[in-house]
Write a protein that binds this ligand. Structure first.
Ligand code: HEM
Ligand SMILES: *[C@@H]1O[C@H](CO)[C@@H](O)[C@H](O)[C@H]1NC(C)=O
Ligand SMILES: *[C@@H]1O[C@H](CO)[C@@H](O)[C@H](O)[C@H]1NC(C)=O
Ligand SMILES: *[C@@H]1O[C@H](CO)[C@@H](O)[C@H](O)[C@H]1NC(C)=O
Length: 284
């Protein structure tokens, strides 16, 4: 009975509106349970639409493995990275499911399929938007591989159409063009550099493909692309090396190569900004 009451109040708190941050960090859970008891005038009727982040988190965890983590994290960038701050188009609204046939999204159908299985399970308990699902799954992917724990606010609405084309950066861009591309999405050079640290997992050769650490930056600083194995160009994308050739970017690359904790902190902040880019939010 007491547990049921606690759950009820937790839902009340969660459903309290866009003002309430629907995070699910464990340390927040305690305050989410305790807070309603301390606040007067909680309107029980507003619990009509409970929304519990742990349902999404647990659903994702059932289907996510370390081997699938990189593809899932990439999905976040390819959904959210279409955001254009000037015309307010694109962004984190689940439109990626209409965009799998685009060349830049090749291979992401696999990640969408995995999340689709999680979505079926989660939907049977509580409807989840693709946008929320992808945002949570990316954070889970990072954590699963040993990266920072990232709290994800919930309540994104899905688009029912594809986003405009040509918004994601091409892998042939130089640092100046990359900065311009990220700037159009509202991201600074520092945020671009720290987000690019996502390439530390996956198949691009920056250390272990399933360990989220600061190896990406260490490799870029050491430049083994040309010195170690003799297999020039085997590690990283052209854009990764373009960053290392730019003074402003290199300054950040060195900072993150020397300080993994700072990388994790700044990545967390930039990830939160990424998954909130262009999102529209449910109001109840
Ligand atoms: C700076 C501009 C970026 C470019 C040009 C770029 C491009 C690419 C390309 C071409 C791949 C290889 C795909 C393949 O192997 O089939 C890749 C992989 C990946 N990208 Fe990016 N990306 C960029 C930024 C980002 C950002 C900001 C994130 C996430 C926050 C991200 C996450 C990933 C991940 C996790 C992979 C590995 C996927 C895997 O191995 O399965 N990328 N990216
Ligand atoms: C409680 O919320 C419901 C649904 O939002 C609303 O209809 C009702 O008037 C509210 N009651 C009070 C006392 O604020
Ligand atoms: C993804 O798409 C490719 C190319 O269209 C196809 O060969 C592959 O079987 C698809 N994979 C999944 C898991 O749907
Ligand atoms: C994303 O899709 C939602 C739902 O259709 C829409 O309301 C929103 O405007 C889209 N985002 C942007 C930045 O256009």
């Amino acid at each position: 009975m007491i547990i049921m009451l606690l759950n009820l109040f937790f839902f009340v708190y969660d459903g309290a509106g866009p003002r309430s941050s629907l995070c699910f960090r464990r340390r927040d859970l305690a305050s989410a349970i305790l807070l309603p008891f301390m606040l007067p005038n909680i309107n029980i009727s507003s619990a009509a639409e409970p929304y519990d982040g742990s349902v999404i988190q647990n659903g994702v965890r059932k289907f996510l493995t370390k081997g699938k983590a990189a593809g899932v994290l990439r999905l976040v960038f390819h959904d959210a990275g279409t955001f254009d701050i000037v015309d307010q188009s694109g962004g984190m609204n689940g439109s990626i499911i209409y965009e799998v046939d685009r060349p830049e999204n090749a291979g992401l159908n696999r990640s969408i399929k995995i999340l689709g299985k999680a979505k079926e399970e989660i939907d049977s308990v509580q409807k989840v938007s693709w946008a929320d699902l992808i945002a949570v799954a990316g954070a889970e992917a990072v954590a699963l591989c040993g990266g920072p724990e990232i709290p994800v606010k919930l309540g994104r609405l899905d688009s029912n159409t594809a986003d405009p084309t040509g918004k994601l950066p091409e892998e042939t861009l130089d640092a100046t063009a990359l900065k311009a591309s990220f700037s159009k999405k509202g991201f600074s050079t520092q945020e671009m550099v720290v987000l690019s640290g996502a390439h530390t997992i996956g198949g691009k050769g920056f250390g272990s493909p399933i360990v989220f650490d600061n190896t990406y930056f260490k490799v870029l600083v050491d430049k083994p692309q040309t010195s170690s194995s003799g297999m020039a160009g085997m590690v990283g994308l052209r854009t990764d090396w373009a960053l290392a050739e730019d003074d402003e970017c290199l300054r950040w690359i060195k900072i993150y190569a020397d300080d993994q904790a700072k990388f994790f902190d700044d990545f967390r902040d930039a990830y939160i900004k990424l998954v909130n880019s262009g999102a529209s939010w449910r109001t109840a």
